[in-house]
Design a protein around this ligand. Structure first.
Ligand SMILES: N[C@@H](CCC(=O)N[C@@H](CS)C(=O)NCC(=O)O)C(=O)O
Length: 222
C-alpha cells in the first residue's frame, strides 16, 4: 500500500524545515501544505489541538507533532540514510544536543533579537555563550553527524542558516568566523549540500520576514 504523507508548515519556520529536510535526505515523497500562522487552518487546529503549531506530519491520516519527535519517527519508519547514530551513547548525545539547541540556543537568540537598546549587549553575549558547546562539539568533523548529515545538523539548521540571515538582517554579530571558526565552516558545508540548499527558504524572503518581526532593530549595529 502506498504511503500518504503530508507536512503542514510555514516556509520561514526552522522547525518545519527540519521535517522537510529529513524527508528529502531520505528521498521520501510528501505533500507540503503551507499554513498561514495568523489564520491557522481547521486542519492544523484539528491535527495539533494542544500546541496549534507547525510542523505537523500526517502519515496515513495519523498526525504527529513536535519537530524533534517527528524526526525520530521518520528515522524509525524509513531506514535509508539514518539521521540518528547507531551507538546508544552517540544517539543519546545527539538527542541531548538537539534538545540543547531548542532549550538554550533558540531562546537566547530570540531574546537577543527582542532586546531593547540597554539589554542588547548582554543578550547578544548570552546568545554567543549558548553557541560555545556546539563549537566545541564539532571537533574536526565536517558535520555533527560525522561525514553525513544527522539529527544535530538538521536541528542545527537554525544556527547554520537562520542565525546568519538574522544577524545580517538585524545588524547583530553572533556567529562570527573569529569566535566560531568551526561552526562557520560547518554552516558553509551544510549550505553547500545539494539537498539542504534546495530545502531552505530564499534568503530575501527570510530576511524580509525577520525585518517585519523585529522592525525596531533595523540598522542598529553592535
Ligand atoms: N517545539 C515546536 C515548536 C514549533 C513552533 O514554534 N512553530 C511555530 C512556527 S516557527 C508556530 O507554529 N507558531 C504558531 C503559534 O505559536 O501560534 C516544534 O519543535 O515543533
Amino acid at each position: 500500500m502506498g504511503e500518504e504523507l503530508q507536512v503542514f508548515g510555514t516556509h520561514v519556520s526552522p522547525f518545519s524545515r527540519r521535517v522537510e529536510l529529513a524527508l528529502q535526505l531520505k528521498a521520501i515523497p510528501y505533500q507540503y501544505i503551507e499554513e498561514d500562522i495568523p489564520k491557522k487552518s481547521p486542519f492544523l487546529l484539528k491535527y495539533n489541538p494542544l500546541y496549534k503549531k507547525v510542523p505537523v506530519l500526517v502519515h496515513n491520516g495519523i498526525p504527529l507533532v513536535e519537530s524533534l519527535i517527528i524526526l525520530e519517527y521518520i528515522d524509525e519508519n524509513w531506514k535509508t540514510n539514518p539521521i540518528l547514530p547507531q551507538h546508544p551513547r552517540e544517539r543519546a548525545r545527539a538527542r541531548f544536543l538537539a534538545n540543547y539547541i531548542d532549550d538554550k540556543v533558540f531562546p537566547s537568540w530570540i531574546k537577543a533579537a527582542r532586546s531593547g537598546r540597554e539589554g542588547r549587549e548582554k543578550a547578544v553575549e548570552e546568545a554567543c555563550k549558548a553557541l560555545e558547546p556546539l563549537e566545541n562539539e564539532l571537533k574536526s568533523n565536517k558535520f555533527f553527524g560525522g561525514d553525513s548529515i544527522g539529527l544535530v545538523d538538521i536541528v542545527g539548521i537554525f544556527v547554520g542558516y537562520w542565525i546568519p540571515v538574522m544577524q545580517q538582517a538585524l545588524g547583530f554579530q553572533i556567529l562570527t568566523t573569529h569566535r566560531f571558526p568551526k561552526l562557520t565552516k560547518w554552516s558553509q558545508e551544510l549550505l553547500k549540500h545539494s539537498v539542504v540548499n534546495q530545502a531552505l527558504p530564499p534568503k530575501h524572503d527570510l530576511s524580509s520576514y525577520i525585518q517585519a518581526c523585529y522592525p525596531h532593530h533595523l540598522g542598529s549595529k553592535l
